[in-house]
Design a protein. Sequence first.
Lengths: 482, 366
Amino acid sequence: MEMPKPDPGVLARKAKLVERLLKVLPKDAVIHDEAETRVYECDALTAYKCAPMLAVLPSSTQEVSEVLRICHAAGVPVVPRGAGTSLAGGALPTADSVILGVARMNEVLETDYENRIIRVQSGRTNLSVTGAVEEEEFFYAPDPSSQLACAIAGNIAMNSGGAHCLKYGVTTNNLLGVTMVLMDGTVVEIGGAYLDAGGLDLLGVICGSEGQLGVVTEATLRILRKPEGARPVLMGFDDNEVAGQCVSDIIKSGILPVAIEFMDRLCIQACENFAGAGYPDCEALLIVEVEGSEAEIDSQLAKIIEIARRHNPVELRESQSEEESARIWLGRKSAFGAMGQINDYMCLDGTIPVSALPMVLRRIGELSDEYGLPVGNVFHAGDGNMHPLILFDANKPGDLEKCEAFGAEILKLCVDAGGCLTGEHGVGIEKRDLMLHQYGRADLEAQMAVKDVFDPAWLLNPAKVFPLEVSEARRAARMAAE
Amino acid sequence: MRPETEAELAETVAGLNGPVRIVGGSTRGVFGEGQELCTTGLRGIELYEPGALTLVAKAGTPVAEIEAALAAEGQRLAFEPMDHRGLLGTRGEPTIGGVVAANVSGPRRVQAGACRDFLLGVRYVDGTGQIVKNGGRVMKNVTGYDLVKLMAGSWGTLGLLSEVSLKVLPQSEAETTLAVRVPDVERAVQVSSVGLGSPFEVTGAAYDPAAGQALLRIEGFADWVDYRTGRLGALLAEHGDVERVGESGAVWRAIRDVEMFHGTTGDVWRISVTPKEAPGIAARAEAEKLLFDWGGGLIWALVPEGADLRARLGAFDGHATLVRASEETRASLGMFQPEPPALAALSNGLRQRFDPRGLFNPGLMG
Ligand SMILES: Cc1cc2nc3c(=O)[nH]c(=O)nc-3n(C[C@H](O)[C@H](O)[C@H](O)COP(=O)(O)OP(=O)(O)OC[C@H]3O[C@@H](n4cnc5c(N)ncnc54)[C@H](O)[C@@H]3O)c2cc1C
Ligand SMILES: Cc1cc2nc3c(=O)[nH]c(=O)nc-3n(C[C@H](O)[C@H](O)[C@H](O)COP(=O)(O)OP(=O)(O)OC[C@H]3O[C@@H](n4cnc5c(N)ncnc54)[C@H](O)[C@@H]3O)c2cc1C
């Protein structure tokens, strides 16, 4: 993956920059020693690594503002960082950049049950947001699998989703306001504890902008009351296509499950060997979970089971106890780990219309044979967000490249089927160069125009999202201006 | 001007040499300078997959046509767009492009989300005549910036929508409403908060001071609506007398369309506010009539013609939109709450980039 060449002019100004930053930050918040900056050399897309020039760890919006003002004046690129769990290389530095980490900003600023909101500093982890309101039986709905580690900052930047977003939506549907610092140090407040910020929906475009428009320091989030209970049913089918049809029929029936998860044979076996979840031996497995009171759960599951029976399942098992529910989910939740036991893997994130599921799965199988690399499929079926896991051997020369080429073909296939390159992980560097497959130049020009307005100098996370060739002129203009 | 295809629309825009007023069904002839550019030539549902909960339509398609197609499959627009004709005393057929451009959402917004939350993709023509697409027709999409949200609620000032793609949801089998007798708005907001903070998925929470009742709606399959209404009723009993309204469809339509204000004279404002602040804000409004929706988060206020409501309210967390007023009042007070300078600079910057010649509804938003 190509990254822009570091700017020698910027590197030459490092000492001066450190000096200025130390005037506004405590000593331990400015990391410039080469051994220490290496901590920030990558995110969860570990195939790509590059240590930043510096890292800073501010503790307040005010400090973030001062850091950005200094970097802006010095013409230094800044890469915001939450917890570094991006799977798309969103937080990957360049050698001439400053990593701005918000990990020290993790306070709860306000919880308000009457207005059903929580206000937090953006470095707070996703799970600990729910942790702060659990006592009162509330929760924060978006639940990425990485929720123990990932920060609200990264969730907002990537517009992250989770297993329960079929019912509750993704980050953007649960975000009410932010405090954000623009690259020139200006602090802006957008939205708040009320619905639908006035004026243009700036909040909507900030969410999912991958750290390219501003540094989010605080967020107002919607919290919800926990449902009375939840219970999954497990269904096995001897055909992927039939399982896909069953998903579509459930959705059409008017029931809105909180989750519909899908696994194919390779994943079923891997999970079974890894976690012993008691999965049946079959081609396709669905886990469908519903929420409500005992009686509501019974009635919804009865309807779902009736639909499933019409598709001749080889297995149909309604959980009878908490332990059984936990076991059913254990397999699904350990899917990535289980696949990791077999080999190295690359996790894709393309999304397709649910109706295209059978065709896309068939085609992925064919491509897998062509490339000679096995693929396991495990994904959020209700909303068509696929997660094909391509297995490869990082130690075998050429395997990573082969895997990348295969991955690119799958993503193009998703787009051609009416879907998109990424449903929840973001573009980052990983899918950057595929953007022209989904969008025309005019479409990308419109998106870049937004960045021109928020960050005219193109200093914030500049080498992401847009193909380098497409953003070249803008980045070059910045270098020339120095 | 009434182009019939997207290509024609793009050509028309490219050839413009002065501002236009974009109108859909013109359910309220949008004020402003310039010729009228009408979108109703772009009409028709292009794709509807009930099993995938998605619908794609040209922007000039009447909302009624879309609602009929959805109803035939037992589905609906869950954000419950209001019909402004009664309130504004206008005729014409509301279009889906107008609904999206104005981000129109009704009572269910508190639970299901706003119009913008159901918008999956857009195609539009920018101020240079360039056709642009963003988003698509899948539920989850983080590929590049979310211009879909930006276009929703931009009132045509960033571009002319030619096509929108929406997530739809199943209609509910049953609906019941609980009416709780309350003495004032403080108590109404409290009651709403109890309902909205309960696990029973309240899909509407309104208060009509004239009736002295806080209304809470529950929807879903018949058996669970029954159960939830029972449980919620018990929870609310300590706050006031609870009554069950069986067939409440008309009740919520009246709230959605602000029927209490139909046929009145005076200006109508729409205030978005933190629910807990609603009583204070409502008092400061000195309104002739009030209606509260979204658990107190949305206040409709009827005030004498020309009154500067924003001056009465002073600074608060939220914003006030002037929905119905004479042309002079709208020109002097502005339809939208002025933004703080830093945000106004961003918004103006975006408008300049999307519509560099200032053609689309100039001055409407700032
Ligand atoms: C095992 C595993 C499972 C995962 N499961 C899911 C899942 O189920 N669903 C899902 O959606 N994702 C998932 N992810 C991906 C990842 O966790 C999310 O993208 C997450 O939101 C990233 O958060 P972070 O705090 O780690 O951000 P980082 O990785 O630090 O950064 C991500 C992006 O956010 C930007 N950013 C960070 N902080 C700020 C800020 N303060 N202001 C502006 N921009 C900022 C960065 O520049 C970067 O572009 C998973 C990852 C792993 C490793
Ligand atoms: C003065 C006024 C106040 C309103 N106040 C509210 C309100 O407070 N809350 C609310 O929810 N709704 C409000 N509306 C929305 C409106 O009344 C309708 O509900 C909705 O717009 C119906 O569609 P229409 O086709 O009749 O739109 P129109 O009345 O024709 O247009 C509404 C707006 O959308 C723009 N527009 C229409 N079609 C397109 C398109 N294809 N591309 C881009 N822009 C387009 C118009 O320029 C205009 O700004 C208001 C409308 C007006 C004119």
